[in-house]
Design a protein around this ligand. Structure first.
Ligand SMILES: CC(C)(COP(=O)(O)OP(=O)(O)OC[C@H]1O[C@@H](n2cnc3c(N)ncnc32)[C@H](O)[C@@H]1OP(=O)(O)O)[C@@H](O)C(=O)NCCC(=O)NCCS
Length: 210
């Protein structure tokens, strides 16, 4: 999706930036991990396939992707952006007849960043963006039955379990965005700022001085 190609979302612990070509090598390294393949139900891709995937995530109208960066590291302009990457977050519009339904996926690829509130912050930021900019009215998450951490996180974020598929060993959770959810989401990420990505890149260090 092109809508976020120059969008930076600033949170407390993270900044979300569009998934660009320069992020692909690190992303490709992550996805060699059998643990991540299993947790995210992904197949390993060649580097070329990963570049193709990045282009499709950028260009296809049904996908919106951000790369998650460690905000503190990124604020140091001497650190390359690739070195600040810690995961990614996606919205997929799964129903071509109803563009207000979205599947949400998140991956904190770097294990040292898990369990520190990053997943919750990023998911809330992405939902808030999805509601405000894409008009999403229902979020879904499909999670492996063994991935109890992810299930617990989505339940913490007010998702409800709606079905279990024993064949795919997958649970589906949903959150319908009514007025109360919309208001709570806004409160959860009241600090979130949307910035111009390219402009902010050239003055990263100023993030902490504002
Ligand atoms: C699942 C994942 C996104 C959670 O993100 P995270 O940053 O580790 O989670 P957070 O620290 O924000 O915690 C969010 C909630 O998850 C639950 N949680 C986190 N770590 C947990 C653990 N070790 N055991 C049980 N529950 C846990 C808690 O409910 C927590 O809320 P709380 O801190 O208010 O109690 C992240 O661990 C991850 O990406 N793992 C690998 C890939 C993956 O599984 N992706 C999801 C595929 S659908």
């Amino acid at each position: 999706m092109k809508i976020n190609e120059n969008t930076l979302l600033e949170g407390q612990k993270v900044v979300l930036v569009p998934y660009n070509e320069e992020h692909v090598p690190r992303y490709h390294e992550w996805m060699k991990s059998p643990e991540l393949q299993q947790l995210t139900a992904s197949e390993p891709l060649s580097l070329e396939q990963e570049y193709d995937m990045q282009r499709s995530w950028r260009d296809d109208n049904d996908k919106c992707t951000f790369i998650i960066l460690d905000k503190q590291r990124w604020a140091d302009p001497s650190v390359e952006e690739e070195q600040c990457m810690l995961g990614d977050v996606n919205i997929f519009l799964t129903d071509p007849t109803d563009l207000s339904v979205a599947e949400l996926e998140i991956m904190i690829a770097e294990p040292s960043y898990r369990g520190r509130g990053v997943g919750k912050e990023v998911t809330s930021m992405m939902m808030s963006y999805g509601v405000a900019k894409l008009g999403i009215k229902k979020f879904q998450a499909k999670i492996g039955l063994d991935n109890q951490v992810s299930v617990a996180m989505f339940k913490k974020l007010r998702f409800n379990e709606v079905s279990v598929c024993d064949v795919f060993r997958e649970v589906t959770l949903e959150l319908t965005v009514d007025e109360s959810v919309r208001a709570t989401l806004q409160d959860d990420v009241v600090y979130m700022k949307e910035r111009d990505y390219r402009q902010t890149c050239s003055s990263r260090h100023e993030l902490f001085s504002q």
